[in-house]
Design a protein around this ligand. Structure first.
Ligand code: ZN
Length: 221
């Protein structure tokens, strides 16, 4: 199914689906669970807009390339361009919305690439590798350093984090990204995953939430 940015009330957001800029190891507990050191500088990677699929109605995952891991993450939609050392105020003004997203990862493929010191595209950029529900307007949140993110699979809470636990908080990490490359309206920032990542399988029933703000049910086919 093709994806287009929209708000939870069904309003379409007329930005193209841009790149998805991701940060790895942004929660200490998650770095620890995968036996990864906490990076001294933020670890960034980019997924192409072509890998984004809608959460609602269910989605498919690859079944022929080893383990597919879910990573529930707070997604930030940008509505204005940012580049060249934007101020905090400019970043806050550029944020259009928030949503709970899934950054899907071919974990076995990623392990093989990492062993060889190779880039992660084959593990992170496949079609369907970023799953997004509709966004809620940015103004809903008074404090972006206190946004929850929760994933429940088959009735069991697997991930339950909060932006307060991020090693690099939302606004400074977007400032950092924009200092290294331009961000455009329609780009999405995935802000890293809390502890509790694990495999996803066809048949799994998901509930993905920004607790108290938005809640979506979905299914893996
Ligand atoms: Zn991730």
């Amino acid at each position: 199914m093709s994806y287009q940015h929209q708000y939870v009330d069904g309003t379409r957001i007329h930005f193209p689906v841009g790149k998805v800029v991701c940060i790895g190891r942004n929660y200490a507990e998650h770095a620890k669970e995968l036996n990864n050191p906490i990076p001294s500088e933020p670890l960034l990677f980019i997924k192409p807009g072509s890998c984004v699929v809608p959460l609602e109605g269910g989605f498919t995952i690859p079944t022929d390339r080893g383990l597919v891991h879910y990573e529930a993450e707070i997604a930030v939609l940008l509505g204005k361009p940012l580049s060249q050392h934007p101020t905090e105020e400019e970043v806050i003004d550029a944020i259009s919305g928030f949503a709970p997203a899934l950054d899907l990862t071919l974990r076995d493929v990623q392990a093989g690439l990492r062993e060889k010191g190779l880039p992660w595209e084959l593990a992170k950029c496949f079609d369907g590798a970023c799953v997004l529900p509709p966004f809620i307007a940015a103004g809903t949140f008074e404090d972006v350093t206190d946004i929850g993110i929760r994933l429940t699979i088959n009735g069991e809470v697997r991930q339950d984090g909060n932006s307060a636990l991020m090693l690099n908080p939302i606004v400074p990490i977007i400032q950092h990204m924009a200092t290294h490359f331009s961000l455009q309206p329609g780009d999405v920032i995935l802000t890293g995953t809390p502890a509790g990542v694990g495999p996803l399988n066809p048949g799994d029933e998901l509930v993905l939430e920004l607790p108290g703000a938005s809640r979506f049910e979905s299914k893996v086919f």
